[in-house]
Design a protein around this ligand. Structure first.
Ligand code: FAD
Length: 492
């Protein structure tokens, strides 16, 4: 059996190597450090954490990344094993001793009989003799390889200095204020004429909003990022506001072609539009609201917008250099490049965000590649699981914008907005007590995580089992994306 070549020994590449080797397939892991390094890495260790030492919440019952931790543990993850073994106190979060963590990953792979680690930089597309390759070179993919990938994908850009717009949970938008309508009711090639949620501002609200934007605290550039250009001239909203108080009213906040059905006789002074971001319709992004305001400032300032007073953000805006593919267009549902299927991608380069998410996508890529080497059909996990939800976002859950302009697919952390909704949200405690507010939200999260872990176990075992008797009926996961695998809910 040919070995699988993995390029990049970061979070994703290391996890993929472990998963493959533990399925009896040989791996050659190519890592360019320490001879050739990146602007953020400091060591030659595998799975080096370049910034924070936190894997975020470890609450598997109520938090999407905590759930991802638990799923990875159940799937035999090396990253989680090394993380758990090198844990440092951090309250409800899983934080690790970064050197101990990286050393544990490096030692586990170096001592595995089926893993060969080669310290070399891959500077071109892999030779044709490598029939199965995973590219996991991360947000700081070296320039020659990035150029080769760009050429084979036919995309005009791969590395950007990106200003990212915030994404809001649909059910936190006050629809007694906002309304669905596309500008001039224009359906476009794939819309309905009512694809956007609109939030109106009167003059005094607009002026107060501009004042807050101009005074808001911003994130500063890293020195090494300064030379990277903005993606498609995507200017942060506060930079636009600096160019003149009316700039936004003639740009992303223009009020033309829209009528407020709640107050048809009143012409809004400005309007914020939110566009559906995932196929499920649970997430909406704030159109044109890319920003480098600090996170706390974004929450405070964007909640000044009528209709968004109680907005919950699935992702806040941000600004950092990144390298990622337009994955929904370029990758198939097991992460292979459609244009060259012997190449599979994993980690942040696929458009996920964060250490844990990158490792989780590495885990899946490794399993898919190993299954292929065994002449088996790789099976994607159900989208009701954290792994499946993340994969679905990357390979097809995101909806393309109906407008011309910059591509809309952006990296995202795992969050409950990516999961298919429950058919019926739990509203009562077992004793019959009716729940509201935070208690209801917690119970809903618990229902989502329970559903996920049941479906994950079924997927992992490859065996369909009888539906577990949950007190409420979860949605059939096949409704969101067809999964070749039987799920407990497909059976019910
Ligand atoms: C400055 C910065 C700060 C960040 N801070 C955080 C944070 O605090 N928390 C968080 O969760 N996420 C953070 N991230 C995101 C984080 O980097 C990723 O989530 C995660 O490391 C990505 O994992 P990966 O395996 O895809 O890439 P990486 O972990 O970066 O691994 C990629 C590996 O590929 C190697 N490589 C690159 N090109 C080649 C080549 N041509 N040949 C051979 N090897 C190559 C690199 O040396 C590297 O070891 C940050 C990212 C950056 C850039």
């Amino acid at each position: 059996m040919q070995p699988i070549h993995i390029i990049g020994g970061g979070l994703a590449g290391s996890e993929a190597a472990w998963q493959i080797a533990n399925r009896g397939v040989g791996v050659v892991l190519h890592e360019m450090r320490p001879a050739q390094t990146t602007a953020a890495h400091k060591t030659g260790g595998l799975a080096e954490l370049v910034c924070s030492n936190s894997f975020r919440s470890d609450d598997r019952d109520h938090n999407a990344v905590g759930l991802l931790h638990e799923e990875m543990r159940r799937l035999g993850s090396l990253v989680m094993r090394a993380g758990d073994a090198n844990q440092v106190p951090a309250g409800g979060a899983l934080a690790v001793d970064r050197d101990g963590f990286s050393q544990a990953v490096t030692e586990a792979l170096a001592s595995h009989p089926l893993v060969e680690i080669r310290r070399d930089e891959i500077t071109a597309l892999p030779p044709a003799s490598w029939d199965s390759v995973i590219i996991a070179t991360g947000p700081l993919t070296s320039a020659p390889l990035a150029a080769a990938i760009r050429a084979v994908t036919g995309e005009d850009a791969l590395a950007f200095f990106d200003a990212i717009a915030p994404i809001v949970h649909r059910d936190s938008i006050d629809m007694s204020v906002g309304w669905f309508q596309s500008r001039y009711d224009n359906a476009g090639p794939s819309g309905t004429g009512a694809d956007y949620i609109n939030c109106p501002l009167d003059r005094s609200q607009y002026e107060a909003f501009i004042d807050a934007l101009l005074a808001g605290d911003r994130v500063s550039f890293h020195q090494w990022e300064a030379a990277t250009p903005y993606f498609d001239g995507c200017l942060p909203i506060e930079v636009m506001a600096e160019r003149g108080r009316e700039t936004l009213r003639f740009g992303p906040m223009k009020p033309v072609g829209l009528t407020d059905p709640h107050r048809p006789g009143v012409k809004p002074y400005a309007i914020v539009q939110l566009r559906q971001d995932n196929r499920l319709g649970t997430l909406f992004n704030m159109v044109g609201f890319q920003t480098k305001l600090k996170h706390a400032e974004q929450t405070r300032i964007f909640r000044m917008i009528p209709g968004l007073e109680r907005a919950e953000f699935a992702r806040l805006g941000g600004l950092h250099r990144n390298t990622f593919l337009n994955a929904p267009k370029l990758l198939d549902d097991t992460l292979r490049l459609k244009a060259m299927p012997r190449l599979r991608f994993a980690g942040q380069i696929t458009g996920c965000e964060g250490y844990v998410e990158s490792a989780a996508i590495g885990l899946l890529a490794g399993r898919f590649a190993a299954a292929e080497q065994h002449a088996e059909q790789p099976q994607a996990p159900p989208p009701t699981t954290a792994h499946g939800a993340l994969l679905a976002h990357i390979t097809g859950g995101h909806v393309e914008t109906i407008d011309a302009g910059p591509r809309s697919f952006q990296p995202m952390n795992v969050n409950f907005g990516l999961f298919p909704p429950l058919a019926k949200s739990p509203s009562h405690r077992a004793g019959g007590e009716r729940l509201r507010g935070a208690a209801k939200a917690m119970l809903k999260r618990r229902a989502l995580t329970q559903r996920a872990l049941i479906d994950l176990d079924v997927w992992a075992s490859g065996t369909a089992v009888a539906a577990a008797a949950l007190p409420w009926a979860p949605t059939a996961c096949g409704a969101h994306r067809s999964s070749a695998h039987a799920s407990t809910h497909d059976l019910s």
